[in-house]
Design a protein around this ligand. Structure first.
Ligand code: PLP
Length: 470
């Protein structure tokens, strides 16, 4: 195996190459895969990136992580295809908000949320590797909105994959439902479950726990702990930094609306590779387990509260384990113990000395719904711009936590305002229109099957669909 290898954060799963990590998702010891070392970007690299298109920078930044698993021209072509689906020439454009604050717009992909940046590439990498192996998989996932549509758009029409997405019937917004159900591709199957999002998640877990079903149908997932998703997200930290003087060594700060911690961990990775990032602000809504952890060292599971920024309504941020692994000097045994204690007791503390390692570069901010709405309203009043509630959490937290006003602050804008039109309209009185490629979303025919919240019914529906395809 040539190229970089990957180790599990819990230390006992086998070390794997990129292709196996891509398809495995979670490591066999329950841990998450991380690269065995961080490759480095030189000042010369950053200088060259300044004049290159996004997709080419992407291929260069990610190359050390995939080398050995795919040839270079093929990988560059997959990057080019992935980012050609974005409706902005820069792919991730930067917008100046004044006072040294910038927005990095991550929402120009097919489903209007930042998950497209990673999933457009991951879908293509999946298909490439499965085709090479002569294998076929059934991807099954549950969604409360955003992830399902991004996965569907990433996997549509890929010959080696069938995708089944379960959503709670009548409990996702109409835009979100239509983004999933109007995709006209033979390998895309939407199941509207007569239940809640938790019911959908339980059904998916039960499908994976059914060994016979899992093996005969070759079940797979493209969830947010997949290393390839983090890898694809490193790129916009690099391009944003370069645009703001990174190649001349000028530092940049980022504020990241955070749920599962995948996005902000990619910022950490970019920093480890040599991008001059002076501060990473973890922005949370009322579900502030991360803010509390970063300020007190104790992490305790509570209840999930619904907020205006639903993609961050999360209690356990799985990707945090990757940062803890680094903070513990890459001691997998210590992480395995820590996570076992967290699982058993619902709470865990990290010694103060460990967190001190983070205090230099990390900050956290919590923004409630009132602060979110006020931020959307204030920006609209001052500049005429509309931002979505997740971005607003990032902007408000950035203002609160900014360490040095001379350093540019880049707020990651993780969703298009039209994805959350009700919250934006309530704050500003203006209803954001859908971009041109989705303007006829409400006229497109929908395809989905309503199924009972019942394991046997769901499994039988998937089996008969797959058998019907042959
Ligand atoms: C998924 C998502 C987030 C959270 O990102 P993580 O990588 O899970 O921290 C934030 N905003 C939006 C709009 C999202 O879809």
């Amino acid at each position: 195996m040539s190229g970089l290898t990957y180790v599990s954060t819990r230390g006992s799963a086998p070390e794997l190459g990129f292709a196996d990590v891509l398809l495995a998702g979670l490591a066999r010891d329950g841990g998450l895969y991380v690269p065995s070392r961080w490759p480095s970007l030189t000042v010369g690299d950053l200088q060259r990136f300044a004049s290159m298109p996004y997709a080419e920078v992407a291929a260069e930044v990610m190359w050390p992580f995939v080398e050995g698993a795919i040839d270079r021209d093929t990988f560059a072509a997959l990057c080019a295809d992935s980012y050609a689906t974005f409706d902005a020439p820069d792919v991730v454009p930067l917008t100046d908000l004044g006072d040294g604050v910038w927005l990095a717009e991550l929402f120009h992909g097919p489903t209007l949320a930042f998950k497209d940046v990673a999933l457009q590439l991951v879908g293509r990498l999946f298909d490439h590797e499965l085709t090479r192996r002569g294998e076929r998989v059934t991807v099954v996932g549950a969604t409360s909105g955003d992830t399902g549509s991004a996965a569907i758009e990433a996997l549509r029409d890929r010959p080696s994959v069938d995708v089944f997405i379960l959503h709670p019937a009548g409990r996702v917004s109409e835009v979100q439902r239509r983004q999933m159900t109007t995709v006209d591709a033979p390998n895309v199957h939407n199941l509207a479950v007569e239940g809640t999002f938790d019911d959908c998640q339980d059904l998916v877990k039960a499908l994976f726990a059914d060994d016979t079903f899992r093996d005969t149908r070759n079940l797979s997932a493209v969830n947010s702990i997949n290393w390839a998703r983090v890898m694809a997200q490193l790129v916009y930290y690099v391009t944003s930094s370069v645009r703001l003087g990174g190649a001349e060594g000028r530092p940049v700060a980022f504020s990241v609306p955070t749920g599962n911690f995948g996005n902000v961990f990619a910022g950490y990775g970019a920093q480890r590779m040599g991008t001059p990032i002076s501060q990473l602000v973890v922005a949370s809504n009322q579900n502030d387990i991360l803010t509390r952890f970063l300020t007190t060292g104790t992490m305790t599971i509570g209840e999930v509260h619904p907020t205006l920024s639903p993609s961050m309504d999360i209690q356990v941020s799985s990707n945090l384990e990757r940062l803890l692994f680094e903070v513990y000097g890459r001691d997998g045994e210590a992480i395995a113990e820590l996570m076992a204690r967290f699982r058993a007791e619902g709470t865990v503390s990290v010694d103060a000395g460990r967190l001190d390692l983070l205090s230099e570069h990390w900050a956290a901010g919590r923004v409630d719904d009132e602060g979110t709405a006020a931020t959307i309203a204030e920006l609209h009043e001052r500049t005429g711009m509309l931002i979505d509630p997740h971005t607003a959490v990032g902007l408000a937290a950035a203002r609160e936590a900014r360490a040095d006003v001379r350093v540019p602050m880049v707020v990651l804008s993780t969703a298009h305002p039209a994805k959350f039109p009700d919250a934006v309209e309530a704050a500003t009185g203006v209803r954001p229109p859908l971009p041109p490629h989705l303007a006829d979303l409400f006229e497109r025919p929908e395809r989905y099957r309503v199924v009972a919240n019942d394991f046997d019914v769901v499994r039988a529906t998937i089996e008969s669909t797959l058998d019907g395809i042959g």
